[in-house]
Design a protein. Structure first.
Length: 268
């Protein structure tokens, strides 16, 4: 049963703010196709913020709360869960519309045909939603975990900024791709609305899960979120940003890390 209080209210507010990136990204994708280098810079910046958050906030808090064993075990389990779910998502995507060789992330292949059958289109849509949920839900849950883990707002604020910046380009680029597949604006907005609600719920769930747990479980859950996020960064955000934006996106990543570090030390 959820407890009322300022902590829960802050978790709900942060969840709504982080998930606001989805409708914003969808609207941008529906009406404008931004330059790929700009999208890559945003992705890289968000990745830098996430690296700082998981290194100096989630893992540090996990170690201080529990033991070395619970921290490392939770971290590795989080990475493993992400990799397994990611493989499932990739197989679903491969059944619908495999990416043509030479097509870069966030670049719609104008020569690629739309899905030939309703079944293929459905599988493609589900794959997009699963992939987004796979990235977004653990990150949003980490916001709730971060808020519950400490009295100050620093950890939650850092994760809020990081998750918003990672959600925005994903929603934007996927909307552009779904548009190319022939999806209607109503379908796209409805689908992303469901994802946004799921992510808000995951923030509340993350907050509630941590409350009242034994220290070892709190530690493992914090590290679990960190492991899942790092696996996602390695698998998705870093490769996509580099392939799309080139080596200079490293400066965007460094800027995101530096800003998050300052925010985590001085916020609250």
């Amino acid at each position: 049963m959820m407890e009322d209080g300022p902590g829960l209210g802050r978790a709900v507010a942060f969840g709504l703010m982080a998930s606001a990136a989805f409708p914003i990204g969808v609207l941008i994708g529906l009406f404008w196709t931004p330059p790929r280098k700009i999208v890559a810079a945003v992705i890289a910046f968000g990745a830098g913020v996430l690296v700082c958050a998981l290194s100096f906030e989630l893992m540090e808090e996990a170690f201080e709360t529990g033991t070395t064993l619970s921290t490392v075990a939770g971290f590795m389990l989080g990475a493993l869960i992400y990799v397994v779910l990611d493989q499932i998502t990739d197989r679903m995507a491969a059944k619908s519309s495999p990416k043509r060789e030479g097509t870069e992330p966030f670049q719609v292949d104008e020569d690629a045909p739309p899905p030939k059958t309703d079944e293929q289109a459905t599988v493609s849509g589900i794959a997009v939603l699963m992939g987004t949920a796979l990235d977004g839900i653990p990150e949003n849950a980490a916001i709730g975990v971060g808020i519950a883990a400490e009295e100050g707002p620093g950890l939650g604020i850092v994760l809020l900024g990081a998750v918003f910046l990672s959600n925005l380009p994903g929603a934007m680029s996927s909307t552009i791709g779904m548009k190319h597949e022939g999806r209607s604006a109503t379908y796209i907005l409805t689908a992303w609305g469901i994802v946004a609600l799921a992510c808000v719920a995951s923030v509340i769930l993350g907050f509630e899960l941590l409350a009242g747990m034994p220290d070892a479980f709190q530690s493992a859950l914090l590290a679990l979120a960190a492991g899942g996020i790092l696996a996602m960064l390695s698998d998705t955000m870093f490769p996509d940003a580099f392939r799309t934006g080139g080596p200079w996106v490293a400066m965007s990543t460094a800027s995101g890390f530096a800003l998050a570090f300052l925010l985590s030390r001085y916020a609250g």
